[in-house]
Design a protein around this ligand. Structure first.
Ligand code: AMP
Ligand code: MG
Length: 378
């Protein structure tokens, strides 16, 4: 059997991030971190640029140690191996599990972390071979996909139950349990969560400008040293192997931009491509007519302390939903405080179109030689 296995490490590219002229008034630090199965790049500016860049790396390492599916000591692995027993987890993991459940409900199950056994069956959980499971195997695994069955609990030292979804301080004890046979995979939301925690690091160290690329998850912080917005390239999914082949370019300040695409990780068997974003309703790679989804949002949304994680979960879910449902979903997600859409979208379709929601119309330039038709959606 001919098997071509291809793994594309995606770097959503800051086109001028490192080549920008040095800011004469501020120091600059740039570090690369290999973590969460991808190459990450953190560039910080300002007096505390070095401290902040390494503090951001600590955030990545800490979260990877908690959430990895391949590290048997991670909280996620312990939970997956617990056979339905309750295990103790950190506050970060608890917050993320609660957020993942909110995203599952909002997206009507298009985002569901309990898709993990199916992700593993296709060989995308890390460590195993890529393979096409039989329909019988998929049918046996599909009943395990049910995020509503994931139990989470958090208690204060006085036994008070955690209720609100915002931040909280203190020595709360958190626990979680799955149904026997179930497993979770936070790969669709973890990097977004990292970018939220990095925002907090940048605020703590007064970082005036930075760019962070976490394999498909971008944080464009402040402006470039010359005062212009950061330029973020959206990879052309049809030319995934060509770096610098863009469907278009976004100009962003203080924003998250998170891209999900089938081209980011896939294998080919018998002439057919199978990618890593699984439709929880079929157990198969989503075939929705979209080749990539980018979710863009303000990094300072005070109404949403986990906006980066939301962007990440939604980019995965909207890829599963397809064009029509994704745009309806976008229309339904409003920031009630700011009275505007909660986020904006760039959708690339299999039939050669790039769709931009109206809030990005003046921040997006179609790639000159991309060959895509361009539509603004309202
Ligand atoms: P992303 O690159 O953010 O779109 O996330 C894709 C990763 O999330 C996959 O590699 C899986 O680990 C996991 N995943 C795949 N399909 C889903 C889904 N429908 N809901 C939640 N997580 C998923
Ligand atoms: Mg995602």
């Amino acid at each position: 059997m001919k098997r071509l296995v291809t793994y594309v490490i995606l770097m959503a590219l800051f086109l001028t991030g490192c080549a920008a002229p040095a800011d004469p008034d501020t120091a600059q630090e740039s570090i690369q971190v290999i973590a969460m199965d991808t190459a990450m790049l953190i560039t910080t500016y300002g007096e505390h640029s070095v401290t902040a860049a390494y503090a951001a790396e600590d955030v990545i390492r800490d979260l990877e140690a908690k959430l990895s599916r391949t590290d048997p000591d991670s909280e996620v692995s312990r939970l997956n191996a617990a056979g339905g027993e309750t295990v103790s987890i950190s506050q970060d993991t608890f917050a993320l599990l609660r957020l993942a459940e909110r995203c599952r409900m909002k997206t009507e199950g298009a985002f569901d972390i309990t898709v993990a056994p199916l992700v593993a069956a296709w060989g995308f959980a890390g460590g195993e071979e890529y393979r096409v499971p039989s329909q019988e195997e998929l049918d046996a695994l599909l009943p395990l996909v049910d995020g509503s069955a994931v139990f989470t609990d958090s208690r204060s030292p006085e036994g008070e139950e955690y209720k609100t979804s915002g931040d909280y301080e203190g020595e709360w004890t958190c626990t979680a349990a799955l149904e026997p046979g179930q497993a979770i995979d936070l790969g669709g939301i973890a990097k977004g969560c990292v970018s939220d925690l990095i925002v907090r690091v940048f605020q703590e160290y007064d970082i005036p400008r930075a760019n962070v690329s976490l394999g498909g998850n971008v944080l464009a912080w402040g402006t470039r040293p010359d005062g212009a917005p950061w330029r973020v390239g959206i990879q052309d999914p049809a030319r995934a192997e060509e770096s610098g082949a863009y469907a278009g370019i976004l100009e962003l300040t203080d924003s998250f931009a998170v891209t999900s695409g089938g081209y980011q990780r896939y294998f080919e068997e018998d002439g057919k491509i199978y990618h890593h974003i699984i439709d929880p309703s079929t157990g198969c790679p989503a075939d929705s007519g979209l080749t990539s989804v980018t979710v863009v949002a303000d990094a300072f949304k005070t109404s949403q302390p986990w906006m980066g994680a939301l962007c990440d979960a939604y980019s995965t879910a909207l890829f599963v939903m397809g064009e029509e449902k994704a745009l309806d979903f976008w229309r339904g997600c409003r920031d009630l405080e700011a009275e505007e859409p909660l986020f904006q979208l760039v959708l690339v379709t299999k039939d050669g179109r790039v769709l931009i929601t109206e809030g990005l119309a003046d921040r997006f330039t179609l790639g000159e030689d991309s060959g895509y038709a361009y539509e603004v959606v309202s």
